[in-house]
Design a protein around this ligand. Structure first.
Ligand code: NDP
Length: 322
């Protein structure tokens, strides 16, 4: 027996600050949004520590708490938030069709894509081998296991420096492995790194291999790219913090993507190349990537979706274009 096709006015894919903000605005505009969470309800922020730069939280807030607040606010206005993943989309005709991981088909009049981005890995076999056995991409999630130990963080951006300072509170020593002779991180984070005594920056170093005893890691072999010198540092934890990949696999061939895989939007708007499909947050932004900018673009997407739907309805009723 074939399943019944669900019809929704506004489908939102992703539950980071962009998706939830779009849900708040869409729900208040009576679009009755249905929101699919993706693999991680609340998105990347649920894997960070404190958020100190989101206006309104004057004393700071944890990423998890903030995302729960966003969710509650969206639900207060009637957004329906579901735990599930969208596995395929067809944007070639309207209404748009999406398939869920349970094999359900949904027809949506408008879609807001806010699927965010995912942490990148170095791509070494030893990194994969020891994932969950000393190798991690999330200090907040796993740092606890390395209390009192020595660990390494690879990367030189805000994520790596945040992770390193977070770990420095828990661990005896933190090596920050940086492939160049400078950090990409903000000046504020750089000051924190340089003023934390148990963080040692290994400038111009790359990771050659993670070594272990087959159960857990025991060290990391690093190479100084300037001198060619190779050293083994004894660490029990290895945290990868080298940036992100946009979550756009299912949109390839459906939406225009840039060379890095981010969804292209019309500058100053959330419009994609498909009328009626909008994109917000990190999935279309490799520059700012902040919770506040993601939230702002989620708001834009919902407002544009509402206006677009109203226009389409007007055209259908009146026969007048535009
Ligand atoms: P970034 O892209 O900013 O930084 C990635 C870092 O990893 C760079 O230092 C890069 O080196 C290094 N790197 C990349 N590939 C490799 C590799 N294969 N081997 C070794 N090193 C590598 O990513 P982030 O995740 O740090 O930050 C993403 C965005 O999110 C930024 O805009 C950042 O400002 C923002 N952010 C903001 C926070 C906040 O405001 N609280 C917290 C965290 C992130 P190189 O410099 O040589 O390219």
């Amino acid at each position: 027996m074939s399943k019944e096709i669900e019809k929704v006015k506004c489908l939102i894919i992703g539950t980071g600050p962009a998706g939830y903000t779009a849900a708040i605005y869409a729900a208040r505009a009576d679009l009755k949004p249905v929101v699919y969470s993706g693999m991680v309800m609340g998105g990347q922020l649920t894997q960070t520590t404190d958020v100190d730069n989101f206006p309104g939280y004057s004393k700071g807030v944890t990423g998890v708490e903030m995302m729960n607040d966003f969710r509650e606010q969206a639900e207060r206005f009637g957004a329906e938030i579901r735990f599930g993943v969208i596995t395929a989309v067809d944007f070639s005709k309207r209404p748009f069709t999406v398939t869920t991981d349970e094999g359900n088909i949904i027809e949506a009049e408008t879609v807001i894509v806010s699927t965010g981005a995912t942490a990148k890995w170095l791509g070494m076999a030893s990194e994969e081998k020891y994932q969950g056995h000393g190798v991690s991409a999330c200090a907040t999630c796993d740092g606890f296991f390395f209390r009192g130990m020595e660990v390494a963080v690879v990367g030189g951006g805000d994520t790596a420096t945040e992770e390193a300072t977070y770990l420095a509170n828990l661990c005896k020593k933190v090596y920050l492995i940086v492939r160049r002779d400078e950090l990409r991180a903000s000046k504020a984070m750089q000051h924190r790194i340089f003023n934390t005594p148990n963080i040692e920056v290994l400038w111009n170093h790359v990771t050659e291999e993670i070594v272990g005893d087959n159960d857990n890691i025991t060290g990391v072999r690093v190479k100084n790219v300037k001198t060619g010198e190779v050293n083994l540092i004894d660490v029990q934890g290895f945290f990868v913090a080298i940036g992100h990949q946009p979550n756009t696999e299912i949109f390839a061939g459906q939406l225009e993507l840039d060379s890095m895989g981010y969804i292209k939007t019309v500058p100053g708007s959330a419009r994609t190349n498909v009328e009626g499909v909008f994109a917000a947050g990190d999935v279309q932004d490799h520059i700012y990537r902040q919770a506040i900018t993601a939230a702002g673009s989620g708001c834009m997407a919902a407002i544009e979706a509402e206006r677009w739907l109203a226009e389409v309805k007007f055209e259908e009723k009146s026969g007048i274009k535009g």
